[in-house]
Design a protein around this ligand. Sequence first.
Ligand code: GAL
Length: 350
Amino acid sequence: MRGKRIRTAGLVICMSVMFLCACGRDWTAPGDKVHVGVTFYDQSDTFLSELINCFREQLDSLQEEGLDIVLTVRGASGSQQTQDDQVQEMINAGCNVLCVNLVDRTDPSEIIELAREKNVPIIFFNREPVTEDMQRWEELYYVGADARQSGVMQGELAAEAVRKSAQIDRNRDGRIQYVVLEGEPGHQDTIIRTENAVNTLKKNGIELEKLSFGIANWNRAQAQNRMMQMISQHPGKIELVLANNDDMALGALDAYQKLNFTETALPVFFGIDGTGVGLEAVLDGRLAGTVYNDKEGQAAAMAKLAAAIATGEGKDDISFKNKRYIYLPYTKVTSDNAGSFLGETPSALQ
Ligand code: GAL
């Protein structure tokens, strides 16, 4: 029991502020305590880890504005059962708002029931529940991004690259032989990104030939394995790699490096996310482009909404789509603007 309490205490990041800052909202009203419980599907996911760091920073700023905040963060190690248990624990520990990145986006029933019973609103994020589940209770919200837009942007970036550089069509057959590296099957960002990237390339007049695809669950090592297989099935033929995220685009590149391909024999690689490693790779030309998944914007929206829900103040200032959804826009990233996302000053301004 004592061990459990110590463990729990160790996992809880406690932030408490007594004084009001001169700027920002007045958070002194009684009940202005925000106890946020966050659970996310897997600790090894690069984008999610970065997003959660941003969320911590956002809560820190709210704390500086005088809000009394307690934050508990748990990773669910890819198990829905573990996540359900974490939600139960966090509700028992007194969380008054939950942020849930579902392990299985089609299976939130247990979590919704637990939360509804104790009247603890849920902000789902990044892994969007299906509409029927979102309709089960009016205190369910979603913060994320429009998967379709990221696919379209990736397709536009790839089309532009193909138009600009004749060398991409290495066999000069007027068609681009491509493969796709996909995230988890059933994830909204997998299906929709792939579909829209390919359709956008076609709409832009690029002739395509799909050689293969591999499912790599957002993971760099899995992408390397899948890519090794695809390279051996289609030796020297792959001209373009469309990956549903940056980690998988980098895993594909790892495969070529492991096989000692020279730079001129490489296909072009496109990712999505703009993670730290992804942006570095775009900046130095290893990836031809990526699409920025606005983690700062998503984290800010989650923090603002969590504070509004828990304090009962400020929800009217938030603009929702369909009353309970918030989608942040994506941005195209090439070597021209990658540095600005890493906080670098563009060379023209130096
Ligand atoms: C996507 C992101 C991936 C992965 C996934 C997890 O939006 O692009 O890298 O983090 O979410 O749900």
